[in-house]
Ligand binder design. Structure first.
Ligand code: FUL
Length: 481
């Protein structure tokens, strides 16, 4: 018998060879490849990002004024005048909802820059807002500093305004200048988000992006920032519905991060069902690893909007997702080994609307009520490894009879992601009865099921790539909205 905190039997030591990328040699057999996969670990910047769990997007710009989703870059920017803009309100609301980091659309596909870039006239400096002296990027960055929140920038590679888009060398140079401004003038940047969307179509302008130069610049200026989507650190989950995969590996074949692969699966038009939806498959299962030339830590991010659109539209004020809907998204994103990137679009006044903030706070309350009391706390644990050390049975003798309908599992991803299959069972007084099951765990796995009352729960790890290394186990009772 051992205490909840001393899971030493199943906690693996950090392997000396742990790293965020490994190559696979032609001589590696299946066993060697699986061992390697189990030892791939997040880089410190990826670990920090994963532990945030909840992040937010602020889609704001000329589209907010045009009541559009995709601008064409020809907009008359004199309509941009968010007189009541208060970025502190945005960040305060996000923080009150338990969100840890926010990302601002510094430049969307229409090319309008929310900061006074020196490299184009299509910016806030050429609008009536604050007599051309305003800078939304600065206001958001400063508010993040004030409230202790992470700060990130979204910069669309696809630019429908720039005259040099399609002249690859010139546009890449412009893009590097813009990135430099964003990464040097606003303090610490924690995430850089490169959208893969491109609606040029087969006869459109063809721009070859200088990704390597962009990444080098980011690593140089803001080494702690994760580079997301068209980037090496964070992968798009593959849908904008809020649904993560049931089997979600953070260790993938290196081919998953190629730009061709990302671009092929990104949006090509404004519909919200991306072409080549990447959700169908398990991307990092054993079969995928066997043909890989290398393996990388490449975790998924689930982006979804609190409203139907990414930008604010008055007609959607009654379509804001409810606290229960946000709770479902929480379970299907954070609860499926992903980080949630929830979009909250400020309105034309430059404020988050009351509908959105009420829903966010209701959701926060539901999470707090549900997760404040871990019914496995104080349990006495009896664990034994199976015949192979890649299986384990862990019995939790609860501190009395408890009723719960949620289980939370976390792996210690500092040593890698390992668990491939598990079941959770409850003792009904005479026998063990299965209450739920799953495949991957990863950073966090949350499962819901009809309420169970018992004083004994058994977690059985049926398959793992190396000895399972669990970080946390929790049992909870869902709060009613
Ligand atoms: C997509 C874009 O086309 C949408 O407008 C939005 O920015 C979303 C987050 O990414 O690819």
């Amino acid at each position: 018998m051992r205490s909840l905190l001393s899971l030493s039997l199943i906690l693996a030591a950090v392997s000396a060879s742990a790293q965020s990328a490994v190559s696979i040699l032609p001589t590696d057999n299946e066993q060697a490849i699986i061992r390697k996969a189990a030892s791939v670990v997040p880089a410190p910047r990826q670990l920090r990002w994963q532990e945030l769990e909840l992040t937010a997007f602020f889609h704001f710009g000329i589209n907010t004024y045009m009541n559009r989703e995709w601008g064409d870059g020809k907009e008359d920017i004199s309509i941009f005048n968010p007189e009541k803009l208060d970025a502190r309100q945005w960040v305060r609301i996000a923080k009150a909802a338990g969100i840890k980091q926010v990302i601002l659309t510094a430049k969307h596909h229409d090319g309008f820059c929310l900061w006074p870039s020196k490299y184009t006239e299509h910016t806030v400096a050429h609008t009536p807002w604050k007599g051309g002296k305003g800078d939304v990027v600065k206001e958001v960055a400063d508010a993040c500093k004030e409230y202790g929140m992470g700060f990130g920038v979204y910069l669309s590679p696809w630019d429908r305004n720039s005259a040099v888009y399609g002249d690859s060398a010139k546009y890449n140079e412009l893009f590097l200048h813009m990135l430099t401004e964003l990464l040097t003038n606003y303090g610490r940047v924690d995430e850089v988000w490169f959208d893969g969307a491109n609606g040029e179509g087969p006869n459109g302008r063809k721009q070859v992006y200088a990704f390597e130069a962009w990444y080098k610049l980011i690593r140089h200026l803001q080494p702690q920032a994760v580079i997301a989507i068209m980037g090496p650190d964070v992968r798009w989950v593959g849908t904008e519905s809020g649904d993560g995969r049931l089997t979600e590996w953070s260790v993938l074949p290196v081919s998953a991060s190629t730009q061709e692969n990302i671009a092929a699966h990104s949006q090509k038009d404004m519909t919200f069902a991306p072409l080549g939806n990447m959700m169908g498959e398990d991307l990092g299962g054993r079969d995928k690893l066997m043909t890989a030339s290398g393996l990388i830590w490449y975790p998924s991010e689930t982006d979804v909007s609190i409203r139907p659109g990414w930008f604010y539209h008055p007609a959607e004020n009654n379509k804001v997702k409810t606290p229960s809907e946000l709770m479902n998204i929480y379970f299907s994103s954070v609860g499926r080994n992903s980080v949630l990137l929830l979009n909250i679009p400020p309105n034309k006044d430059g404020l988050i609307s009351p509908e959105d903030s009420a829903s966010l706070l209701g959701w926060k309350e539901l999470r707090e009520k549900t997760f404040s009391q871990n019914l496995a706390a104080g349990a006495v644990i009896d664990s034994k490894n199976g015949k192979k050390d890649t299986t384990a049975d862990i019995v939790y003798h609860l501190a009395g009879s408890k009723t719960f309908d949620v289980v939370m599992l976390q792996e210690n991803i500092r040593v890698g992601q390992r668990v491939e299959r598990f079941v959770v069972e409850a003792w009904d007084g005479a026998a063990w009865k299965q209450i739920t099951e799953g495949t991957t765990i990863g950073y966090k796995r949350l499962l819901r099921f009809p309420a169970v009352t018992t004083d004994r729960v058994r977690l059985r790890i049926l398959s793992s790539r190396l000895n399972p290394a669990l970080a946390k186990f929790g049992l909870y009772k869902l709060a009613q909205p």
